[in-house]
Design a protein around this ligand. Structure first.
Ligand SMILES: *Cc1c(COP(=O)(O)O)cnc(C)c1O
Length: 444
């Protein structure tokens, strides 16, 4: 049962007076570098609704950036995390361990692709998981180079800034960056010069050529790629690209890492996005959707790779916090019970149907893409030149916000409007959110 009524309701302008008051306090005391999509302060949230401090109820097409897949107050998450909170908040797994951590690792071994022996290590954030995947891969291979792709996003810490492609806002002025990071082409079907049908084979050939000629495969510890790119623009790598890179990695003793921090845990209509082309990564990084909103992240992978780092080489004070682990067990239980991969596929069907129809009416929509409840439209000024229309994406997002719909933008060119509803959203709210998008599109 979701306590908060599942209906959009606007009782003030968005943002309302209380949000504006809080925004003034925030501006005085919160660092300017930490910004927000909407100047609207949340009071409670659940299902497909975020209620603000003025009593407005907004439809949630953001899930706090793909985190609250099971909703923002899922019963099993609240129950299990609350019980754990009452038992103890922290002992530090590196001091006196507890069962919940072990149980999360057991679940990760069971749920991630491949039937090989697996182990996991738990952390607090996606960036931390990616950093640790690099440590583990370097330790196992005794090599240093790390290969990432164009448009990649892997986080905001020093090493993950180096792995991330986009300068503004993620990297500008924050260097120097970590060495031994190399970027290769990404199979971006919509913008591939010779067309989407050539994209997979050409991009993988170029990437492999660059690795062998410029780095030397024997120097590469890891290839890291998001099976469905998140911040970079919800780009689905053209078919064949990921299998070619995974096969190349296997042939050359390189650890293939799938960064599923955004795409994992049912978001794309499967438990993990890499299942789409039958990829079995050596390591997989997860976070966002894993624990219903509590901070938890993991690296999961082949036991012999995961065990390569020496004792005490991995860890952290809070990594795998017991309350976050209990929440993860509640989130996973909810995903299973409600068959959330199927819910994600149904959301895709509804969203793609409506958005494709809109793209037939409005030339500004250059591309409709994504899988499951990770869907986006790329906006362009002209369908032939594909010149990015970042201004339209920004204006459309703002108009949606004012109408009570939480939507996010993304993409290297800032021209992608992305939709990440909680998988438990009702179909009526989903349809109403799409109505708002269409209405605002028509007005623009
Ligand atoms: C969000 C994200 C990260 C970083 O996760 P944080 O929890 O913000 O550190 C890394 N990789 C991908 C693919 C992401 O979407």
């Amino acid at each position: 049962m979701i306590a908060i009524p599942q209906e959009r309701r606007l009782v003030t302008a968005v943002p309302g007076p209380k949000s504006q008051e809080l925004q003034a306090r925030r501006t005085a005391t919160v660092a300017a570098g930490v910004s927000s999509t909407m100047p609207v302060f949340a009071e409670r949230a659940g299902g497909g609704i975020v209620e603000d401090v003025d009593g407005n109820r907004l439809i949630d097409f953001g899930s706090g950036i793909a985190v609250t897949t099971v909703g923002s107050s899922a019963e099993a998450v609240v129950r299990r995390a609350s019980a754990q909170l009452a038992d103890f908040t922290h002992t530090c797994f590196m001091v006196t361990p507890y069962e919940e951590y072990v149980e999360v690792c057991e679940q990760l071994a069971a749920l991630t692709p491949g039937d090989h022996a697996k182990k996991s290590a738990l952390f607090n954030s996606g960036a931390e998981a990616v950093e640790n995947a690099v440590k583990i891969a370097r330790s196992y291979t005794k090599r240093q180079a790390v290969v990432v792709v164009d448009h990649a996003y892997h986080g905001r810490t020093n090493l993950t800034m180096a792995l991330t492609a986009k300068n503004m806002p993620y990297k500008n002025g924050f260097g120097p960056f970590a060495p031994e990071v190399y970027r290769v082409p990404m199979a971006y079907p919509y913008r591939w010069p010779t067309g989407p049908e050539n994209c997979g084979p050409e991009a993988s050939a170029q990437a492999i050529e660059q690795i062998t000629k410029q780095i030397g495969a024997q120097n590469v510890a890891a290839i890291i790629v998001e099976p469905l790119l998140g911040e970079g623009g919800f780009i689905e790598p053209a078919k064949g690209f990921l299998p070619a890179l995974a096969a190349f990695a296997k042939d050359n003793g390189i650890v293939f890492v799938a960064d599923e921090v955004q795409s994992g845990f049912c978001r794309t209509g499967a438990w993990f996005a890499c299942e789409d082309e039958g990829i079995v990564p050596d390591l997989i990084t997860t976070a966002k959707g894993i624990a219903g909103g509590l901070p938890l992240a993991a690296v999961t992978g082949r036991a012999e790779i995961m065990d390569a780092a020496h004792a005490s080489g991995l860890g952290g004070t809070y990594g795998g916090n017991p309350v976050a682990c209990a929440a993860a067990l509640g989130a996973i239980e909810t995903m299973r019970e409600l068959d959330l991969p199927a819910k994600a596929r149904r959301i895709e069907e509804v969203m793609k149907g409506r958005l494709t129809a809109m793209s037939e009416k409005y030339d500004v929509i250059g591309d409709v893409r994504g899988r499951g409840a990770m869907i986006a439209v790329e906006l362009v000024k002209d369908r032939t030149t594909k010149e990015p229309a970042a201004d339209v994406a920004g204006a459309l997002a703002k108009a949606c916000h004012q109408a009570g719909l939480v939507v996010l933008t993304c993409g290297t060119f800032g021209n992608v409007l992305r939709f990440l509803p909680p998988l438990v959203i009702g179909e009526d709210l989903l349809a109403e959110g799409l109505d708002i998008i269409e209405e605002k599109l028509a007005e623009l």
